[in-house]
Ligand binder design. Structure first.
Ligand SMILES: [Zn+2]
Ligand SMILES: [Zn+2]
Length: 432
């Protein structure tokens, strides 16, 4: 479906929403030579590819700072190529791969490998974070400087929290030297133990070991004390509890350089979803309570949430078919994230399109320090065209992702990605 087009593309009569430049108006946009060449009414140009965007939203391409594309090591679950195809189908023009691969991305050559595979896939821009510690073992710092030189956009041991406070203190000092962010999966193992869902009444009823919200909040609180000391840039991944929201809100009020992200599942789903022992709802951190969901949405409304990220985590069906205690954590969702965010945030009146797109474009770009997420004249033409009203049924069997562990199977979605342009080239076009 994706066809090579002439160098110029004219997008006509779309509602251009560019939150960074505070633009929300119906206009035309001309792409030429990989860049935004002109914005204005009644633009004409000869011999160009024309996209009729009347009634559609035209926005900077989406940026997801938290994905798992499983390469190297688990290419039966996802490859950088399949993940990249899934990303552009979801409207994403840039993604950040997590380093918990096999082997992990804990040295410069691994960073270069991910970049190279991303370039070969030629779909979305693929960035990567390096591991904080060697082999993600939490014992010894990885080669952060060399990975920074190779283009890593931050550091994380995602999949695990970094348990040792002294090691985290050291990591923050090093990351600051390169002005790169430390991105933490907050989970204190001594509190989380072998929990597989949110701790509480529901877990007791289901007979499953729970993860207390404190496992997330204690590590987050600890890290914020270290940020106070180091002034390092710190990002909390996939926050899931009302207590975490409170901690981050207070840290921001104190002017600390702290940011955070929220996922579609933590904004939409609760622990109730686990009732049928469906392992597609098993995720880390676990789905929490309605109170936590409301708290996260409130945090979106008042700006405490900086970025919306998917934590797209493909797994083999054979693994997800294990019993709940043994199945791996994670779910895929990058291809249907936009309508899920819409459902959680716009349809509930939490925020409007412009505020939502800000958390999907320039705000995450600032966290990883890349010049993206804006559509001013001269900017690179990373663009998504969205039909905000199109209704469709989520069908994981149609995903470009190699994996099918999607908890939203059969959901009715509102809002559809029609085109994704990366550096001015159409890399995805919706069928039909
Ligand atoms: Zn994580
Ligand atoms: Zn993750």
């Amino acid at each position: 479906m994706v066809k090579q087009i002439s160098k110029k593309t004219l997008i006509k009569n779309g509602r251009l929403i560019d939150p960074k430049n505070k633009i929300d108006q119906v206009t035309d946009l001309l792409v030429d030579d990989f860049k935004v060449a002109k914005i204005g009414s009644h633009l004409t140009d000869s011999a160009v590819h024309i996209i009729d965007a009347a009634g559609k939203i035209v926005a900077p391409g989406l940026i997801d700072i938290h994905v798992h594309f499983r390469e190297p090591g688990d290419d039966e679950e996802e490859t950088i190529a399949s993940g990249s195809a899934a990303a552009v189908a979801g409207g994403y023009t840039s993604v950040v791969c997590m380093p918990n691969t096999h082997p992990p991305v804990d040295e410069a050559t691994a960073v270069e490998y991910v970049h190279r595979m991303g370039r070969q896939a030629r779909k979305t821009f693929v960035y990567v974070m390096g591991a904080i510690t060697k082999d993600r073992a939490g014992q010894e710092l990885a080669e952060m400087g060399l990975m920074a030189e190779a283009g890593a956009v931050g550091f994380t041991d995602d999949g695990c929290g970094l348990q040792d406070a002294a090691m985290m203190l050291l990591a923050m000092k090093y990351a600051s030297m390169f002005d790169l962010v430390i991105s933490q999966h907050c989970e204190d193992h001594s509190l989380a133990k072998n929990g597989v869902m949110n701790a509480g009444y529901k877990a007791t009823v289901l007979g499953l070991p729970g993860v207390d919200p404190l496992a997330e909040e204690m590590m987050l609180w600890r890290d914020i004390q270290l940020v106070r000391k180091t002034k390092a840039r710190y990002h909390a991944q996939h926050i899931s509890t009302a207590g975490s929201v409170k901690i981050i809100r207070e840290a921001k009020q104190q002017g600390l350089p702290v940011t955070c992200e929220a996922t579609p599942h933590h904004l939409l789903l609760t622990e109730e979803a686990v009732a049928d022992y469906d392992t597609n709802f098993k995720v880390n951190p676990p789905l929490r309570t309605q109170k936590d969901v409301e708290s996260l949405r409130h945090a979106v409304a008042d700006g405490v949430i900086d970025a919306l990220a998917t934590d797209h985590a493909p797994h083999l069906q054979s693994e997800k078919e294990l019993e709940f205690l043994s199945a791996p954590c994670g779910m895929v969702g990058i291809e249907c994230a936009l309508p899920l965010y819409r459902k959680a945030l716009i349809d509930t009146g939490v925020c409007d399109w412009s505020a939502m797109l800000a958390m999907l474009t320039w705000r995450p770009a600032e966290i990883i320090k890349v010049q993206k997420g804006s559509l001013a004249v001269g900017d690179r033409a990373d663009i998504v065209v969205i039909d905000p009203d199109a209704q469709w049924s989520i069908d994981a069997s149609q995903f470009y992702s190699k994996s099918r562990n999607c908890p939203y199977q059969g959901w009715q979605a509102k809002g559809k990605v029609l085109y994704t342009l990366v550096a001015g080239e159409v890399r995805f076009e919706a069928k039909g």
